[in-house]
Design a protein around this ligand. Structure first.
Ligand code: UD1
Length: 420
């Protein structure tokens, strides 16, 4: 197993390119199951999660070719059963349910494992399928959905903690081949949902309203092959924006969509950083001002993303004064806090909030990554800390950041990956 060693305190500067979005790539790869014809997807990030998804597609019968960032998938024939061995490593494997139901009118997918960020139910996905006329059974650790025919209906994707992203994707992918019109109310409006809808429309689907809380899908008889470029990863962008803020002298991120990270940019400029954007780049630099603590609440898009909460905790841990971050999407998502405290951070959890009292400095320490974004927070803290930080269980990082250590090295960080 690899670990990452960081010699903190090096100033970062220069520029890097942001990769394609993991959270767009996963459902878009799954959506290729909806047609017999080949689909060509560009800018698929090379991550363990995208590789798991390709393995699942191959298990389901698809032919997959990968040449650097471009993946060609041809699912001429598919079987509709994804067993535990192939789905257990990744929670997002649940997003093959929708396309399998759409195409085969039945699917059996083992309930996935994946990120340890609290209880992550899929009740809203299943209710959505039921609205379209599917019968749903959960037995022996498997979800079985089947429907002799799918019929357009109203499905509500908003639960206690807001709209579900993969639930919206799943119901949209099942509904494109349903008979009649489906209206998704309380839909997730994340850019990744729009990216999926754009891809499905290129395949011949008829979807309107993606990016709003109401998506209207007119079912079509069949879909055809299509070619698509995945959007830039807004969470990777945000993570590098925080890297630029935490110890940067001027860090530029290229191949980004600045409007997708405007909540992160607003938070960083409120704290006292300079943010400059062009249509496809963002530069984060210090402006010499005393940094200010923040009060932030994570929210569904366009609010501040839950996937940036851990990284923001790392940044605010050394910002003088009291910051408060509240999680409204995953209230238990604070595994990084105990590890940041081991590096000298002063923070405590009260309900769904992290109360952070900024300290002057962090000290390097051996720390354990517990989930994808928590690991990113530990790396960011390590960049700032005095001495050496050793981040273990790096496989969490490899799930969702393409070449994180190489990109940070390009910016001047002293970071290396070694075998444990
Ligand atoms: C996606 C993202 C993840 C991000 C999350 C929220 C992918 C692959 N992952 O995850 O990085 O952190 O959106 O932006 O795109 N919920 C229910 N019932 C359900 C489904 C969800 O109660 O059936 C709850 C969840 O427990 C959570 C909230 O709804 O509290 C949002 O979760 P959801 O949007 O579904 O997250 P994912 O789509 O799994």
């Amino acid at each position: 197993m690899d670990k990452i060693l960081i010699h903190g305190g090096q100033p970062l500067s220069g520029s890097i390119k942001i990769s394609g979005s993991k959270n767009s790539a996963l459902p878009i790869l799954a959506a290729t199951l909806l047609t017999r014809e080949p689909c060509v997807i560009h800018r698929v990030p090379d991550l363990s999660d995208t590789n798991y998804m390709l393995q699942i597609l191959m298990h389901l019968g698809a032919e997959v070719e990968r040449a650097s960032g471009t993946v060609t998938i041809k699912a001429e024939k598919v079987n509709s059963v994804a067993p535990y061995e192939v789905v257990r490593k990744m929670r997002a494997s649940v997003c093959v349910l929708g396309p399998l139901l759409g195409r085969c009118k039945e699917a059996t997918v083992s309930l996935p494992g994946g990120c340890v960020i609290g209880d992550r139910p899929i009740d809203l996905h299943l209710k959505g399928f039921e609205s379209l006329g599917a019968a749903v059974r959960v037995e022996n650790g498997n979800v079985k959905v089947f429907a002799p025919k799918l019929t357009g209906a109203i499905a509500n994707m908003c639960g206690k903690f807001g709209p579900t992203v993969l639930g919206t994707d799943n119901v949209m992918m099942a509904a494109v081949l349903a008979k009649g019109v489906t209206v998704i109310e309380g839909a997730a409006a994340e850019p990744e949902v729009c990216d999926l809808a754009n891809f499905l429309n290129k395949m011949g689907a008829s979807i309107e309203g993606a990016g709003s809380r109401r998506i209207i899908i007119e079912g079509v008889k069949e879909l055809h092959g299509a070619e698509h470029d995945i959007i830039p990863d807004r969470i990777e962008t945000g993570t590098f924006m925080v890297a630029g803020a935490i110890c940067g002298k001027g860090v530029t991120l290229n191949r980004v969509q600045p409007e997708h990270v405007s909540s992160v940019a607003t938070a960083l400029s409120e704290s006292g950083f300079n943010i400059e954007s062009t249509s496809s780049s963002i530069t984060v630099s210090p402006n010499g001002a005393v940094l200010r603590p923040l009060e932030l609440t994570t929210e569904p898009y366009p609010g501040f993303p839950t996937d940036m909460q851990a990284q923001m905790c790392a940044l605010l841990s050394t910002t003088e004064g009291k910051s408060v971050i509240t999680e409204s999407v995953f209230p238990q998502r604070y595994m990084h806090v105990a590890e940041l405290k081991r590096m000298g951070a002063h923070m405590q959890i009260e309900g769904a909030s992290a109360i952070i009292q900024g300290v002057e400095r962090l000290l390097g320490a051996p720390v354990m990554a517990s989930d994808l974004r928590a690991s990113a927070a530990l790396v960011l803290a390590g960049l700032k800390a005095d001495g050496v930080t050793e981040v273990r269980r790096v496989y969490h990082i490899d799930r969702g950041y393409e070449h994180l250590d190489e990109k940070l090295r390009e910016l001047g960080a002293h970071i290396e990956r070694v075998k444990e």
